[in-house]
Write a protein that binds this ligand. Structure first.
Ligand SMILES: O=C(O)C(=O)C[C@]1(C(=O)O)C=C[C@@H](O)C=C1
Length: 359
């Protein structure tokens, strides 16, 4: 599926600028919704987001104001002229949101991980003849690119052409500075696979902390993603959900104003020279890997003759330790070097198993 006939998420916005959606995690009261919306509109925001139905991890928390909040979104639309967006997770949400004239629906990370729920949303939109509404699909909580693409395909098959993706980072068990680590290679691969699909970055959910919003937004722009969805609340510390990751409209304006837009497409000779150097180094690297694999195969023969197991943990651990230390010394990250060594080791083991199985 090539998604070639996609339409813009919304009409009338400058396509050379990132699309910015902002608003509170949840619509809590009419006053909080409208006050936030008015301030955002004054700051130049054109798309207002607010959660009405909130899929929370555990029961007992604030699960969204429900249908009542849709009337507040309608008021936001009428008063400020902003477009409005909310999350839908099932048929009833879709029907209520469509009836209220919501412009953009998004499918949340917990829902996009469930093909039955996504299909229900897609079928409901098709049955309602609402294929011109914009739908953004958040990545599934787990880093499964195919599942994410599958969700997009279900909506595309239902006739949705104002389609986009939202990258909000992936669930993670353990310690990380991020609430949902970005794992940028996954949205980069999504862009490679579906180049026409706009991908909006959600730094609020990625970082989980307001201090990280600015740097994550800058990274998103530097990687040329299509837009940003940032949580903004008129009084973040009093928010009923996700208070740590929301900023006031005023702070949001400062963050957006300080982002650097690197839009130059012109390529000079000096850039070409640098790229030529990288090409040569990459060629050398590939040749070096080949040499390394040839030696690994020789070791494979030795292991076959001496009935030694292929994986040698002590050697492998020593090797990681020394290479990682050297890389860190040279200013590279330990994770980067570990990832490379793991990939090399995997291929080395694969080659040796091949040797072992030869007659
Ligand atoms: O030193 C060995 O025994 C090897 O087979 C080489 C090698 C490697 O690629 O560096 C591969 C597999 C082992 O687990 C350890 C190291």
């Amino acid at each position: 599926m090539n998604f070639e006939d996609l339409k813009p998420i919304v009409e009338g916005l400058d396509p050379s600028k990132p699309l910015v959606m902002a608003g509170p995690c949840s619509a809590e009261t009419e006053e909080q919704t409208l006050s936030t919306a008015r301030q955002l509109a004054m700051g130049g925001i054109k798309i207002f987001r607010a959660g009405i139905w909130k899929p929370r991890t555990k029961p007992g928390g604030f699960e969204g104001i429900g249908k009542e909040g849709l009337a507040w979104l309608q008021r936001v639309r009428e008063e400020t002229g902003m477009l409005v967006a909310t999350e839908v997770a099932m048929r009833a949400h879709v029907l209520d949101a469509l009836e209220a004239g919501v412009d953009i629906l998004w499918v949340g990370a917990r829902t996009s991980a469930n093909p039955f729920a996504v299909q229900e949303i897609a079928d409901t939109l098709k049955e309602a003849g609402a294929t011109d509404v914009a739908v953004l699909v958040k990545n599934p909580v787990n880093p499964d690119l195919e599942l994410w693409i599958g969700a997009l395909e279900r909506l595309y098959n239902a006739g949705i052409r104002r389609l986009g993706a939202i990258h909000r980072g992936f669930s993670f068990y353990g310690k990380s500075i991020y609430r949902n680590p970005p794992q940028w290679h996954i949205p980069i691969e999504l862009h490679r696979r579906i180049p026409h699909l706009p991908i909006v970055i959600d730094p609020s959910h990625m970082g989980g902390k307001r201090e990280l919003i600015s740097s994550l937004s800058q990274q998103a722009l530097d990687m040329k993603f299509a837009g940003l969805m940032i949580e903004s609340h008129c009084s973040p510390d009093d928010a009923w959900s996700d208070k740590n990751q929301q900023v006031t409209p005023e702070v949001l304006k400062v963050i957006l104003g300080s982002l650097v837009h690197r839009n130059t497409v012109q390529e000079t000779e000096s850039l070409q020279n640098l790229r030529d150097k990288i090409d040569r180094i990459d060629t050398e690297l590939v040749e070096m890997y080949k040499k390394r694999m040839d030696i690994a195969r020789e070791i494979g023969k030795y292991k076959k003759e001496h009935s030694m197991p292929v994986v040698q943990e002590t050697r492998y651990n020593d090797l990681i330790k020394s290479r990682v230390a050297a890389a860190v010394e040279m200013g590279m990250s330990a994770d980067f070097m570990k990832t490379i060594l793991q990939a090399i080791h995997e291929e080395s083991v694969r080659q040796q198993i091949e040797v072992l199985n030869q007659n």
